[in-house]
Write a protein that binds this ligand. Sequence first.
Ligand SMILES: [Mg+2]
Length: 242
Amino acid sequence: MFGASAREVKNIMDRLLLFDIDGTLARTENGYLPFNEAILETFGVAGDIRTVIPDGKTDPMIVREIFSKANIELIVQAHDWERFIGNLVACYRRHVELGSTTVRALPGAAELLCALAGAGAFGLTVVTGNCEATARVKLAAAGLDSFLGRGAYGNDSAERSDLPALAKHRWEQSTAHAVLAGNCVVIGDTPDDLAAARQNKMKCLLVGTGRYPVEELEYWRPDACLADLSDTGAVLAVLNSL
Ligand SMILES: [Mg+2]
């Protein structure tokens, strides 16, 4: 990016896309295995992520909900959370290596990121409820890790609505250019992604490749809605129209 010509740099700085991971760019199968193992290793009690709806939530919120549903009263201190993140990423790495947990790019995700990175009209970054280390494992496993800026994660804040501004700030710092919130587009698969975009005065494209079908997502009136990201030309046309 720093080697680009002045004209390219100006174009790159115009707009920023903030991609969610799960249900938007990639799908994880058997992600409950490393998550539940990390809970047991860290807190010494069995918790099951399959008892909650994790979509759109940050990892700290998910852990709290699991304990709440199981009527387990645990006060999670900052050092517990650090240990949980360490255990989670180790468990994820192990299960992905073994093949017991798989992470695959959703149809069109890699092609879209490749086209966007090549065109240079948009900056590309991440906003996800995953903690950063786990997000990196997932993106690498899905073959998507080379396209995206640092972004913001569940370990930065338990509140998803805090994350888009932080991802924008980090992107601005890494490129030394400012971008208007109104020129940012959050791309996600849940009403929580939309709410986070709205709270940050950003636009939002929702895709129906997660828990919610596109008809349900349209009810929430995002700026745009697509069934999936499979048609790169169609996605680019939508993004250029926002
Ligand atoms: Mg998602």
